[in-house]
Design a protein. Structure first.
Length: 425
């Protein structure tokens, strides 16, 4: 097999050492002979990139590894592109978290008003990256994106460009691992339905058996995430929506409690992460460090490398494996439009993602998915058109916001705070 050039856009992220572990694990099956680490932040690129280079050398990767701040140079001839960008850096995330709380709305980087602002900053940049991929990359390149909000970015790129891409998140792989740990086996089939950060496992059936174990697993499995305050669900809630929820569902199930937890916290999650990153970057400067520091687990990126590189392996080697990714619905979820980007189990091969049909769901899931998808589509439209009225409509459509008297002044303040990144009419 001809060697593959892979690019990491946003390689200055403190998550990069986690991703590099995946490259090392897949070095024999993916046949990558060149890795380019790209970031616009020279200092971060040097610090994180040098650790990545030491990791790859220690892990036996024999290909070329280079660093660059020039995206077109990085993309030239690339076959695999991994994107993990954060437009506005952590300072913008902190504003995304703090401003909505002033209006009684959730401050969170991917869900609600915070996620909305991150989308407005990020979608135009990702659209530009997509255009550059078309111009400079190798024939039939693949973009694997886990820049947040991953689902909204996939909604934008899959419906407004013609590049090959899948949206990725580590929620699903962690949920499935926790189920496997709980039932003591990986030999089971499962059904997964939702949108990114709005998803459920609705069926778990051990191989050779017919019983759906979801009811027995409620409250016992369904991965908690480092960045989400935990709340225990009572039995009545779990009877009302009798499926295993991703951790982000707590923002919808227990909105007021989660908002209060954010208000009561001494620091926002972004402020905590900023401190963690400063500590990690100091560790990364140690020239004797050749592995991912254990402290990186506190950032919440567990199993990202496994998910990202397994998806790449399945596509490049046409493995026809099942993975949970964000892809166009194409009839898999019967109550969603065909071009809606959903997060479901997909068969992955050289032709991309083929969504698997889902059958287990209830009317709560139908209503919530449709409502949030309306918000996502309006958000993409607002990000592309730069239209303030459409942006306001998006916030009013969101189930966690809705109220004009909150949405309008909150939008005005957030747009003012993001003047350097967003220029709206």
């Amino acid at each position: 097999m001809e060697g593959i050039k892979a690019v990491i856009i946003g390689a200055g992220s403190t998550y990069t050492p986690e991703l590099i572990e995946g490259f090392i694990a897949k070095k024999d099956s993916l046949h990558i002979d060149e890795i380019v680490l790209m970031d616009i932040d020279c200092k971060r690129l040097d610090t994180v990139g040098n650790l990545a280079m030491r990791q790859l050398k220690a892990g036996g990767f024999a290909g070329a590894v280079t660093k660059t701040t020039e995206i077109d140079r990085a993309l030239d001839g690339a076959k695999l592109i991994f994107a993990q960008i954060r437009v506005g850096k952590m300072q913008s995330r902190i504003l995304d978290e703090k401003i909505p709380l002033k209006y009684g709305c959730l401050g969170q980087e991917t869900t609600g008003a915070g996620g909305f602002m991150k989308a407005l900053r990020t979608v135009p940049v990702m659209m530009d990256i997509a255009r550059r991929i078309k111009k400079y990359a190798a024939a039939n390149p693949w973009l694997i994106n886990f820049s947040n909000p991953s689902g909204i970015i996939a909604e934008a790129l899959l419906n407004h460009t013609d590049i090959n891409m899948v949206g990725l998140c580590n929620c699903a792989i962690n949920m499935v691992k926790e189920i496997a740990d709980t039932i003591g086996t990986t030999a089971f089939d499962y059904e997964y339905v939702g949108l990114n950060h709005l998803s459920w496992i609705t069926s778990v059936i051990k191989h050779g058996e017919s019983e759906n174990l979801v009811a027995a697993l409620l409250g016992k499995a369904g991965a908690s995430m480092k960045n989400i305050p935990e709340i225990e669900y009572d039995a009545a809630l779990l009877r009302a929506v009798p499926y295993i929820p991703s951790s982000y569902l707590s923002y919808f199930y227990m909105r007021d409690q989660q908002i209060q937890k954010c208000l009561d916290a001494q620091k926002t999650r972004g402020e905590v992460c900023l401190e963690l990153e400063e500590q990690l970057l100091l560790q990364y400067l140690d020239e004797g460090l050749t592995i991912k520091p254990k402290e990186l687990e506190e950032r919440g990126g567990a199993l990202y490398s496994t998910a990202a590189l397994s998806v790449a392996d399945a596509i490049i080697n046409n493995k026809k494996e099942l993975h949970v990714v964000a892809a166009k619905n194409s009839g898999a979820v019967p109550f969603m439009d065909d071009d809606d980007v959903v997060e479901v189990l997909c068969e992955l091969g050289e032709n991309g993602a083929k969504p698997m049909a889902v059958s287990q769901y209830n009317d709560y899931i139908v209503g919530l998915m449709r409502g949030v998808k309306a918000y996502e589509k309006l958000t993409v439209k607002a990000a592309i058109s730069k239209d303030r009225d459409i942006a306001l409509a998006a916030l009013m459509a969101h189930p966690l916001i809705g109220d004009y008297s909150k949405a309008k002044p909150m939008l005005d303040e957030m747009l003012e705070a993001n003047k350097g990144y967003i220029d709206f009419t």
